[in-house]
Design a protein around this ligand. Sequence first.
Ligand SMILES: [Cu+2]
Length: 278
Amino acid sequence: MSTAHSGLNSRGVALASILLALLLILFVVATVYVFAARLYLPPPPISHDAALVDHQYNLTLYATGAAFILAQLGLAYAILRFRDRGQQARFTRGNVALEILWTSITFLVFVGLGIIGRRAWADVRFAPSASGAIEVEATTNQFVYTFRYPGPDGKFGRLDPSLINAPAGNPLGVDPHDPAGQDDIVVAELTVPVNQPIEVLLRSQDVIHNFFVRELRLQQDAVPGIRIPVHFTANRIGTYEIVCTQLCGLGHYKMHSLLHVVSEVDYQSFLKRQAMSP
Ligand SMILES: [Cu+2]
């Protein structure tokens, strides 16, 4: 190989490696900008648990963000530093100490994040709700939500699947002969008082659906055959969307309901209004 050819080649390699390194740096800067400029923000959280989830999300983002930036800049450096200068290629079998080091760091960071995040996730699902929580049953089916309040007696009436008849006004199959069910309130939207613990008992009549409220950062599947409790305490009055996040059939795209967080006074008048309606 002539010297002239080799010089041309190393110039070409230098240009390509500089361009590639610059592209990587640009990629890192653009990615960091999207997050640092907070271009895509979720709606503000409306519960303490939601704030915990946001905090955990940020911790994970910082840890994975730091790893991302270091890895990409390291790659850019290696592309420049070890480019072809006509030198002899060197073979390496790796470094056991380094392998152990970065595997342990990765392990510790991810297990650590999991342990720290336990409160944000598990408390909502495994810990019982606060005593005196208002129980509301949420039943999903293709493609609607139906909510049931136990009424003044505080007891849900017996359900009988053979009595399910939505056109006749009994979408849940409440047994009319059970006295506990006679005052049950069955509605299409969820109304709860602000700053009070709510326990939602999730059920499904057909396939797997989901109960997701972005502002609560609460997302839980509804599974046929089991009643899944989730709890929340909303601290901001307003109307929020409840959506199904499981692809549950052709009408999935329009399966949604509303969560109305209202004052205690408005909640009581809601209950009264519902008790009076037939
Ligand atoms: Cu659904």
